[in-house]
Design a protein around this ligand. Structure first.
Ligand code: UD1
Ligand code: CA
Length: 456
């Protein structure tokens, strides 16, 4: 098979976004728009991928720095044909070139595969689509036999041509060798004074080459983002695709319209997700997990049969099997929660390992700590990990019982089996199976007279 070179056009300004951010860096599904085109190129196993940049070039380069791409600077944006011409010297002479748009994120790889197959029988392939409202788009002109004869841009079209509802998606493919013949022939004698890539159709036909078209059945796939209304619409389409896929793979979504997936989600079967849940970054959810309403999970791994109750927020955390978290739990980066742990309401865990079956049920802060298994942390317990300058660690052994409202002033070590009396401020290590009580002694005073109100 012929090697593939993908050219992604992303030099335009995106004026209608009304934004400081280059259009293609606005996110869809948590990823910059242009990254969706890059992902398509990767799935097609493109030998090289070239991104034509102009407006916001540095920001785009920086955002895609990890992607192994070739950036082509288009200093002045003189049209789509001019953009591809800038990339041309970098393409392999004997490769097939596929042009994608940085602002068209939902094109399916299956569609592109079918489209590229057309290039076996023709020299130029154009992806078209029937749309309800073709305003502003290039129209596909066909001859009496129904073969494509040209593409005319909206601004250059006659009234009759404007009634055509088959439009040019902008996605196009041709052998690089042909582009070397055709692109230099483009002129800018049109309504916009631009070098139109679309003129390749008439140029190829005039030179006796066959031009093929594929009609994309779903207009969503070829929809571009020009403003934030369209961005929001495509976001919903994207989310619908993802939730659809999840449900067909055995995940119950209480309302698929009220779950947002912004990243790479791996979700086993029989997972239940309630409304307004946001899943960001790399999230892995094992089977039988239940996630309550209004939870946010970012870069987490959740073990099987764990229940996360309403309004919990988890980030960069690993949670074991059969745990019970929340409601209102806050699990911060570096939390490692082992199996069957219970973390209750208004509990914050940060950089801490919580051993199996341990319980931190109410109103606690556990940070920079290691807890053994079967530990019970009473309500209101705080690890005082910060002295104003440095962070220190708290180490708690297996089966420790910490009474309510204890302050553990780190660094401090509570050995296994120890018990801490409620209300203690623990500043020294506690040995194995010891009881530590560190609080003012209670005095009971007989016949106590309460103060009375002074008369004025
Ligand atoms: C283009 C097509 C039109 C098609 C429509 C689909 C041409 C002449 N017209 O029109 O037939 O129906 O897309 O959306 O090709 N870009 C550059 N450099 C430039 C100009 C554009 O990189 O000099 C990039 C833009 O950033 C964008 C893409 O190319 O990602 C399309 O440009 P845009 O100006 O939106 O093209 P349209 O006029 O909408
Ligand atoms: Ca456009």
């Amino acid at each position: 098979m012929q090697a593939l070179n993908v050219v992604i056009l992303a030099a335009g300004k995106g004026t209608r976004m009304c934004s400081k951010l280059p259009k293609v860096l606005h996110t869809l599904g948590g990823k910059p728009l242009v990254q969706h085109a890059v992902a398509a190129a990767r799935q097609l196993e493109a030998k090289t991928t070239h991104v034509v940049i102009g407006h916001g070039a540095e920001a785009i380069r920086a955002a895609l720095a990890q992607e192994n791409l070739n950036f082509v600077l288009q200093q002045e944006q003189r049209g789509t044909g001019h953009a591809v011409l800038q990339a041309l010297p970098q393409l392999d002479r004997n490769a097939l070139a596929l042009v994608l748009y940085g602002d068209v994120p939902l094109i399916r790889v299956e569609t592109l595969r079918e489209f590229l197959a057309l290039c076996a029988t023709g020299s130029l392939a154009v992806l078209t689509c029937e749309v309800q409202d073709p305003t502003g788009l290039g129209r596909i002109l066909r001859d009496a036999q129904g073969n494509i004869s040209a593409i005319v841009e909206h601004k250059d079209a006659t009234d009759a041509e404007r009634r055509i509802t088959e439009i040019n998606s902008g996605i196009l493919a041709a052998p690089v060798a042909r582009l070397h013949e055709w692109l230099p022939q483009l002129g800018a004698n049109n309504a916009q004074g631009e070098y139109y890539l679309t003129d390749l159709v008439s140029i190829a036909l005039a030179a006796g080459y066959a031009v093929r078209t594929l009609r994309c059945a779903d207009a969503v796939e070829i929809s571009g983002v020009n403003n934030r209304v369209q961005l929001a619409q495509l976001e919903r389409e994207y989310q619908a695709r993802r939730t659809h896929h999840l449900m067909l793979n055995g995940v119950t979504l209480r309302d698929p319209a009220r779950v947002d997936i912004r990243g790479d989600l791996v979700c086993a079967s029989d997972v239940e997700i309630d409304v307004n849940v946001i899943l960001e970054g790399k999230v892995e959810i094992a089977e039988d997990v239940k996630i309550g309403p209004n939870c946010v999970l970012k870069n987490c791994r959740i073990g099987a049969a764990t229940v996360i109750e309403a309004n919990s927020v988890l980030e960069n955390a690993v949670i074991g099997r059969a745990c019970h978290l929340g409601p209102f739990a806050r699990i911060r980066p570096g939390a490692e929660v082992e199996d069957e742990v219970r973390i209750g309401n208004f509990v914050e865990i940060k950089q801490a390992r919580i051993g199996a079956r341990s319980k931190v049920n109410h109103l606690s802060y556990v940070g920079d700590s290691v807890l053994g298994s079967d530990v019970n942390v009473g309500a209101g317990t705080i690890t005082c990990n910060y002295d104003g300058a440095n962070k220190s660690r708290t180490v708690i052994g297996d089966r420790v019982f910490i009474g309510s409202n204890t302050a553990l002033v780190a660094p401090v070590n509570i050995a296994s089996g120890a018990t801490i009396g409620a209300g203690s401020v623990i500043t020294q290590d506690v040995g194995q199976d010891q009881l530590a009580v560190a609080r003012g002694q209670q005095r009971n005073i007989d016949g106590w007279q309460r103060p009375t109100k002074r008369s004025t």
